[in-house]
Structures are given as structure tokens and as C-alpha cells.
Write a protein that binds this ligand. Structure first.
Ligand SMILES: Cc1cc2nc3c(=O)[nH]c(=O)nc-3n(C[C@H](O)[C@H](O)[C@H](O)COP(=O)(O)O)c2cc1C
Ligand code: SF4
Length: 507
């Protein structure tokens, strides 16, 4: 039976895709089509989007309303004259401009159907890993050059090597799916759209380090991701892809989901481990590193969703293939999540080295308000604000660090020329005060004092003196905070003052 595809994920649900589902099913039944609910492509400029299969190709209809559904099909084929018809899905400009590596299956099929996953080469990477020695798996990951996608960009191969080389009876794999950064949704989209890819990646990681138990620490605000991942894990157990003797290899791996505690700080790895152990989410001192003494004091490989979900493709294609994509020391692709005041908001997987300008103009299409872009914040709430003069920057860990910012988890939030960067600087301190775990003084107290200082600056009270105190405070927080929440809050503050001085009354 020919198929009609409809992407159901939190983003499309938020714009009412559910209203289209039952009328679509009715029409499909009449015309002998089967409706397949997929994860979404993350191309919100096209949503609500419906695809119709014809001659083994998928044809896209964009911005579809309930009324449009009636005329989507004619004579048992797509209505190519329909006003919503946008061409073959693979030729859609916002999809074609991407290099989908980690997300190559997202949007294609039913997310919780293991057979569909296997038809798209799912579990081929794990098969390879199970036929190799653990060191061979780690060598492939090292060769790929992949660095952690959670924010810090630490080389994944080195982390896994440390866990492998730490002797212990019990080791753990932990997936960080807390995704607290503002404007980010790649982890959610991956889990909602291709949960087996994460399960497979965690199993590969477990094989590499010798772990038998894994946990996904999943943000509690993601109910659909929880539902799909739960279903996928159940299905994987049923067909012998989790549990004992996976794929007859003699390798055992169990996987559980743990719902997050709703705090930004629980995304930081040591705080996450505390929370996973049932305690309050407070930062631990490092050392010891979690790779040596992590969950329940055992060696733990803790990685972000996207890092883990990239491993199956690395094993399948080989480390070298991944290493050949990207820019300088940033290998592979970055899943840019474009949000804020931008026309084509959504998820775009592009090679590292792509410029911010390409992302904002060619892909993003400029602001939704049609006003000039004044600033973009890259890398979540702790990322720097960049002005237009820096939009030629290539997306690369080192380049962004060199400019006082970070690529982070790939979130890009866009602001037009009506934004007041002094408000954003104040918000950075307020956010830190709200989310601080309270363990160290520079962050717990400094963040509140920082917000008060910016408020005084906004009122032009002792401008020069207060700007100097903010500068001192930023230096103190950067150098003495125990973790990156306090340590990097100065990034948005300092960049806002440096690049947009007039918003602070500086002549
Ligand atoms: C305040 C704070 C919040 C963080 N939140 C997240 C998060 O939500 N998801 C994530 O993967 N990493 C987060 N991180 C980074 C983690 O501590 C850790 O570096 C990462 O999960 C390691 O995985 P990776 O090597 O695959 O990036 C956060 C760090 C800090 C300081
Ligand atoms: S910097 Fe803030 S969040 Fe981090 S340990 Fe100190 S008080 Fe806690």
C-alpha cells in the first residue's frame, strides 16, 4: 500500500498537526493509502507538512490546512497542481542545504518500529562493534575526531578510553538528555524521531568500555520523548537488542530511563549523577572525573544524546569518514537549532566550519519581523552575544572560544534591532541566580549582585564605577566558580557590553 507521511513531534504538535491527523486518515482510507506517523524533520517553515509517496519517492505538501487535505490526492496519486505542493521532499531547499549524518533517519519513518530502523541500516554499526575488540571500537571513535556535543567539546574517544582503562566490576553508560539550554531541541528531536539510534549508540559505548548498565537522564518536560523512548526500549528488549546476549554476541546491556528533576544545573554532569543517585542536584568537586569515579562511585561514560547517537554512523561508515567532515579540530556536523526572531526556525545539521552568516541568512532567511539582526546568542544561556561584524565566523569550537564565546550544544537565538542588550546582560545574571546550585559563593552571591549592578547601570547610576565593578565581578566568577554555570555567566554579560556599549550608556 502506498504511504502518506506526517511528522508528529512536540514542535509540530504545538502548531496543531493533531487536527490534521484524523481527517487525513479518513481521506487516506478512501484512496487506499496508509498513514505513517514519523518524527519531524525540524523544518518549521514548512509545517504543517504532509508527504505523499509516488513511484517510490516522497512528495511534500507544505503549510497544509484541514481544508487543503481534501484536494491533496487526485486519482490515487499526489495532486501536483495543489497550491501546497512543494516538490520532492529530498529537493526541499531547507533539507537539501544540510548534511544529515546523525539525523539522517529522523523524519523518515515510524520512530518506534525496529524493522523500519533496520531497513535504514540501523544496528549495522552495533553489529560491527560487537564483532570487534573494545579497543578497536574506541580506536574508530578516536579516529572520527568526534567531540562531545553537550557543550564542552571534550574528545569522546579519550573519555571512553579513560572509562575502559579504569578497572571496576561495574561500569555505567549515562546519557545526558536534560537539554536545558535556551533555544535548543536537538536532543528532543532525536529521541522523538529516532530513539533506536540513541539506544544503539549507548550499546556501542557500553561495549567499548565494558559497561552492562545504562541510564538515560531525560528532561521531565519532554513527555513525548519519554513515551517514544520507553516504547523503543521495550521493543529492543523484545527482539534481543537489549538485555542478555545481544545479537547472540554474548554481550549484555540493560537500559533504564530516569526522569530529570527540572533544574538547569542537573544538566551539568556531576550534578546529574547526584540527581540520578536520588540526591539533590548539586555540583561535585572534580577530580575525581566521572570517567573514573562517577555513578555510585563507579567508572561512568557520560555523554550527550547527539554524541551517543552519532556513534552508530561512525561505526558503520568508519571513523575516517566522520573525520573527513568538518573544520580544523571540529570534526563532523553540528546540529544547529535556529530559534528566536528568525523566519526559518528549526533544526539544521551542517558541517562544522559553516559560517554564522550562512546559517542566519541563507538558511534562516533573516528575521521574522523583517528588521535587521542586531545580535545572536550562540551556545545557550551561557553563550556570548555576537554582532553582525562577527557573522563570518565559522562554527568551530576554537574560533568561538577565541572570541569569548562557545558553540555549545548548537543553539542559535536571533534578536532584531529592537533588543536591548543591557536587559539580556541582566537576564544572564538573573538566570544564573535562579539556577545556581548554591555550592559556591561567586555564583550564589555574585549573580544576584551582578543583576543589581546592571540595573544601576541602566539607570546611569555611577556608570563608570559600576561598569568597573561588573568587570571585576565577571573576572571573579570566571576564575573562582566551581562549575561553568558561574564560570561562564560572564560570557553573555561581557560580550553584550563589549559589542553593544551604547545599550549600557557607554559613549
Ligand atoms: C550548567 C550546565 C548545564 C549543562 N547542561 C547540559 C545538558 O543539558 N545536556 C548536556 O548534554 N550537557 C550539559 N552540560 C555539559 C555536561 O556537564 C557534560 O559536559 C556533557 O553532558 C558531556 O557529554 P559530551 O561529552 O557528550 O558533551 C551542562 C554543563 C553545565 C555547566
Ligand atoms: S558555579 Fe554555581 S552552579 Fe556551579 S557549583 Fe558554584 S554555585 Fe553551584
Amino acid at each position: 500500500m502506498k504511504k502518506i507521511y506526517i511528522g508528529i513531534e512536540t514542535g509540530t504538535l504545538s502548531i496543531g498537526i493533531k487536527n490534521l491527523l484524523s481527517p487525513l486518515q479518513e481521506i487516506a482510507k478512501q484512496q487506499n493509502y496508509q498513514v505513517v506517523e514519523t518524527g519531524g524533520f525540524g523544518l518549521y517553515a514548512y509545517e504543517p507538512m504532509i508527504e505523499v509517496e509516488h513511484n517510490n519517492e516522497r512528495h511534500a505538501f507544505t503549510k497544509v490546512t484541514e481544508k487543503d487535505l481534501q484536494t491533496l490526492l487526485t486519482d490515487n496519486k499526489p495532486n501536483f497542481n495543489h497550491s501546497c505542493y512543494a516538490g520532492k521532499t529530498q529537493d526541499l531547499p531547507l533539507l537539501k542545504c544540510q548534511q544529515r549524518f546523525t539525523f539522517r533517519r529522523v523524519g523518515l519513518n515510524s520512530p518506534t518500529c525496529v524493522q523500519s530502523y533496520q531497513q535504514e541500516q540501523g544496528y549495522e554499526g552495533l553489529k560491527k562493534a560487537l564483532s570487534m575488540e573494545p579497543q578497536g571500537v574506541i580506536d574508530q571513535i578516536k579516529e572520527s575526531g568526534i567531540r562531545g556535543r553537550g557543550g564542552a567539546g571534550f574528545p569522546t574517544g579519550i573519555k571512553l578510553q579513560t572509562v575502559k582503562d579504569s578497572p571496576a566490576k561495574q561500569k555505567y553508560i549515562v546519557c545526558n538528555a536534560d537539554e536545558g539550554d535556551s533555544g535548543t531541541f536537538a536532543d528532543r528531536m532525536l529521541i522523538e524521531g529516532d530513539p533506536f539510534c540513541l539506544i544503539e549508540g549507548m550499546t556501542i559505548s557500553a561495549k567499548a568500555v565494558g559497561a552492562t548498565q545504562g541510564f538515560v537522564y531525560l528532561r521531565s518536560e519532554y513527555p513525548l520523548a519519554l513515551q517514544r523512548l520507553t516504547q523503543a526500549i521495550e521493543n529492543a528488549y523484545q527482539v534481543g537488542l537489549l538485555g542478555k546476549n545481544i545479537l547472540d554476541s554474548g554481550f549484555n546491556f540493560d537500559l533504564k530511563i530516569h526522569s530529570g528533576a527540572g533544574a538547569y544545573i542537573c544538566g551539568e554532569e556531576t550534578s546529574l549523577l547526584e540527581s540520578l543517585e536520588g540526591k539533590r542536584g548539586v555540583i561535585r568537586f572534580k577530580p575525581p572525573l566521572p570517567a573514573i569515579e562517577g555513578l555510585f562511585a563507579s567508572p561512568t561514560a557520560l555523554n550527550n544524546v547527539i554524541t551517543l547517537a552519532t556513534l552508530p554512523e561512525i561505526l558503520l561508515q568508519g571513523g575516517k569518514a566522520h573525520n573527513e567532515i568538518g573544520y580544523e579540530k571540529s570534526k563532523g556536523t553540528l546540529t544547529v537549532q535556529l530559534a528566536g526572531n528568525i523566519k526559518n526556525g528549526g533544526l539544521y545539521e551542517v558541517p562544522f566550519g559553516t559560517s554564522l552568516k550562512t546559517v542566519l541568512s541563507e538558511i534562516g532567511g533573516g528575521t521574522r519581523t523583517e528588521r535587521p539582526i542586531k545580535a545572536v546568542q550562540v551556545g545557550g544561556p551561557l553563550g556570548a552575544y555576537f554582532p553582525e561584524e562577527l557573522f563570518d565566523l565559522p562554527l568551530d569550537y576554537e574560533t568561538f572560544m577565541g572570541k569569548g564565546g562557545m558553540v555549545g550544544h548548537g543553539g542559535v537565538v536571533v534578536f532584531d534591532d529592537t533588543v536591548d542588550l543591557s536587559e539580556q546582560a541582566k537576564f544572564a545574571f538573573e538566570f544564573c541566580a535562579h539556577e545556581s546550585c548554591g555550592k559556591c559563593t561567586p555564583c550564589r552571591i555574585g549573580s544576584t549582585r551582578g543583576a543589581e549592578l546592571i540595573a544601576k547601570i541602566q539607570k546611569k547610576q555611577d556608570l563608570d564605577k559600576n561598569l568597573e565593578v561588573v568587570d571585576d565581578l565577571c573576572e571573579l566568577m570566571e576564575e573562582t566558580s566551581l562549575c561553568a554555570l558561574g564560570g561562564m555567566t560572564p560570557f553573555p554579560v561581557k560580550s553584550a557590553i563589549k559589542h553593544f556599549p551604547s545599550d549600557f550608556g557607554i559613549k
